[in-house]
Design a binder for this molecule. Sequence first.
Ligand SMILES: O=C(CO)COP(=O)(O)O
Length: 251
Amino acid sequence: MRRKLLAGNWKMNGHRAEATALARDLAARLASGEGGCEWAICPPFPLIGTVAGAIQGSYIAVGAQDCHSAPSGPHTGDVAAPMLADMGCAYAIVGHSERRRDHGETDEVVRAKAEAAQASGIAPIVCVGETQSQREAGETEAVLARQVETSVPEQPVAGLAVAYEPVWAIGTGLTPTSDEIAAALASIREVLARRFDSATAERIRLLYGGSVKPANAAELWRIDGVDGLLVGAASLSVERFWSIGRSCPDS
Ligand SMILES: O=C(CO)COP(=O)(O)O
């Protein structure tokens, strides 16, 4: 059984005071409640230390939103996976569509980043997803297959997750239907089953991300094949993020 994962991607938002308050509040709620899923917060780089401090001793993990593929070196402005491990990161999102768009990251680059994360003991959350025009052209399955084939490392570590985030569903309030999400996740699973031995393929969690909010979370958790949710805007509010986590059927 794959334990469900709820990960909050704060993107380029937050400052120390509010980050501390949110992380502490969430940690306190989890300490007194029954958080059935695994919880993770992925703040921007400058807030990782702040969040890691605030959640220390709690069940919440901290993650990063990216990492460089090299362990160190002349890469001004970049952050290496060993640094993130040193800060206590358990996860690193790689290949988010906003990074693919803003920084021209290819599937090959994403895979190198995922491998670098793994080499530092960090579980990558590898993001894939089709654009609106690819969906309209009936290319969703082919796009996902290509992305999963190339972006996921040859030897995925135990905690690796693949996040299905349709580009057109991110920050738009739009979501695919439950059937569309189930079909996309099934097609991703097929590729994983082809690429890896069954034990390896089976332990990879598949997350859904894109306009997840308290109002649709319960339905999303129940979709066949959903092992977790990757939440953007709604993870910036402790009430909304908490509500999404509490609607996990494992809670
Ligand atoms: O990109 C996302 C998470 O990585 C989703 O963002 P929203 O939840 O804001 O649509």
